[in-house]
Ligand binder design. Structure first.
Ligand SMILES: Cc1cc2nc3c(=O)[nH]c(=O)nc-3n(C[C@H](O)[C@H](O)[C@H](O)COP(=O)(O)OP(=O)(O)OC[C@H]3O[C@@H](n4cnc5c(N)ncnc54)[C@H](O)[C@@H]3O)c2cc1C
Length: 435
């Protein structure tokens, strides 16, 4: 985490110029200290600075160094937890309010891009979600429910339309969400950081917070070469348990996931993938992909609870691609990387006050681009203006994730989900063959 460089990824290779921000040295004072310079911390700092609060953000590595600068770049409404499960737990009214907040998160990202016009973020609209088994009626019902109950209409695509667009027989019907889009997430994070600074926030890179103490006047955040005194502290360190606050450290499970980017192969892709937006399937353990600059394919998938990346990562994801699009033939994988997502056991973010002047804005899981935006905005609104909308997230408390046992259980759950997906598809294929 103290390595000041970005990892070797497609995003780092295509990032816009960003100043190296010096580490904190000596004593600093601010109304708020934000710990972690991912999208959650950056949005919080940006919004606090916009509201006229003094802010120091400390980041252990570089701004956007972790998940925020390594992800698939898909921006869409919702949470890592499904809306049905949220409704089962909280009832329709509350679930609808949370859904609407997740839509606000999407609007926030769109609005920030419209306002800042950052270079290299390149938003491209549309998300096509396809199924790997034949179920037109089920998918139409799903679309109808989301349109009528959650105000989120999506276009139904029959199998022929899906297969004209994505040249594979793996997929059947699909839903097209025109409100979603994809971006270059690292350049977006850098733009938020620059804007937070322009609004008055101070960002210190290479500055891991090592200790957090409650003094008489507020909090003291200790870093290797300095301290920050602040009335409020926001914990946004995600999956990198910094041993700062036991309740949060224990509640956030690190889950690894992977992305590869191919060599440029625009001609071959044009034959196979005739859609410029986000593409993903509805499997529990889904693949997601999109075409990026120079006609390269960016492909993400798989999760593991191991922290080390498997050496055969590139080959593994390449096999996943060829299983769907064998016609792409042999191609080079030019970038392969992994990232850690922070998950709470309930798969919902931890957003809210956890002590006097102490706030959590973390655990956004695999659905962080919109939810970090809303988390950061809500925490900033709470600190700067006493707004208590964050209480909507109160039912999702920071429960202990089970440590290494929790990680093992998560891996087992993932394998079970993969198995269920395969079973469902095999059944569907059998039905198809016998029809
Ligand atoms: C490969 C991958 C693909 C994904 N794809 C998508 C996608 O397509 N769409 C989507 O919505 N979501 C996606 N996600 C999830 C999304 O990226 C995350 O939910 C989101 O970026 C989390 O942001 P964050 O700010 O909470 O955490 P992070 O981005 O992980 O940032 C946390 C930061 O805190 C810093 N830090 C930690 N401890 C300390 C400390 N003690 N002191 C100082 N700094 C500290 C770290 O260095 C890090 O920079 C993906 C994630 C991964 C890994």
């Amino acid at each position: 985490m103290t390595d000041p460089a970005h990892i070797d990824s497609f995003y780092a290779a295509t990032m816009t110029e960003a100043p190296a921000r010096p580490p904190l040295e000596g004593k600093a004072e601010a109304e708020v200290c934000v710990i972690g310079g991912g999208l959650a911390g950056l949005t919080t700092a940006r919004e606090l600075a916009a509201a006229g609060r003094s802010v120091v953000l400390v980041e252990g590595a570089r701004v956007g160094w972790a998940a925020s600068g390594r992800n698939g770049g898909f921006v869409s409404p919702g949470y890592a937890e499904g809306i049905d499960a949220i409704e089962d737990k909280l009832g329709y009214e509350h679930a609808r309010a949370l859904w609407d907040l997740s839509v606000e998160g999407v609007d926030y990202v769109r609005g920030a891009i419209d306002e800042l016009k950052p270079a290299g973020v390149d938003p491209v609209p549309g998300w096509l979600k396809v199924i790997r088994y034949d179920d037109a009626d089920g998918l139409k019902r799903r679309a109808e429910t989301m349109a009528t109950r959650y105000g989120h209409p999506r276009d139904f695509w029959p199998t022929e339309h899906v297969r004209e667009t994505l040249r594979t027989n793996t997929y059947f019907q699909g839903l097209h969400d025109t409100t979603a889009f994809h971006i270059h997430p690292l350049n977006y994070a850098l733009a938020l950081a620059a804007d937070a600074e322009a609004k008055g926030a101070r960002i210190c890179e290479g500055t891991p917070a090592q200790r957090l103490d409650r003094g008489r006047a507020g909090w003291i955040v200790e870093t290797p070469q300095g301290t920050v005194s602040a009335r409020d502290v926001v914990l946004s360190g995600s999956a990198y348990p910094p041993n700062l606050w036991r309740q949060i450290d224990r509640a956030v499970l690190p889950i690894a996931t992977y992305v590869i980017v191919t060599e440029p192969m625009a001609d071959r892709l044009a034959e196979s993938i005739r859609f410029g937006g986000c593409i993903g399937d509805t499997r529990r353990a889904s693949d997601y992909y999109r075409i990026v600059e120079d006609g390269r394919l960016l492909w993400g998938g798989r999760i593991t609870t191991r922290r080390s990346e498997p050496a055969h990562l590139a080959q593994m994801l390449k096999r996943d691609i060829l299983a769907i699009y064998p016609q792409l033939g042999d191609f080079r994988v030019e970038f392969a990387w992994g990232g850690l997502m922070g998950y709470a056991v309930h798969k919902m973010p931890l957003i809210g006050r956890i002590g006097e002047g102490l706030w959590a804005c973390t655990a956004f899981g695999g659905h962080g681009l919109n939810t970090t935006a809303i988390g950061g905005s809500l925490i900033a609104r709470a600190i700067a203006g006493g707004d208590d909308t964050w209480k909507r997230f109160r039912p999702y408390r920071p429960l202990w994730g089970g440590g290494s046992l929790g990680r093992a259980a998560t891996q087992l759950i993932y394998w079970k989900l993969q198995f269920l997906d395969a079973l469902e598809e095999r059944r569907a294929r059998r039905g198809d063959d016998s029809a």
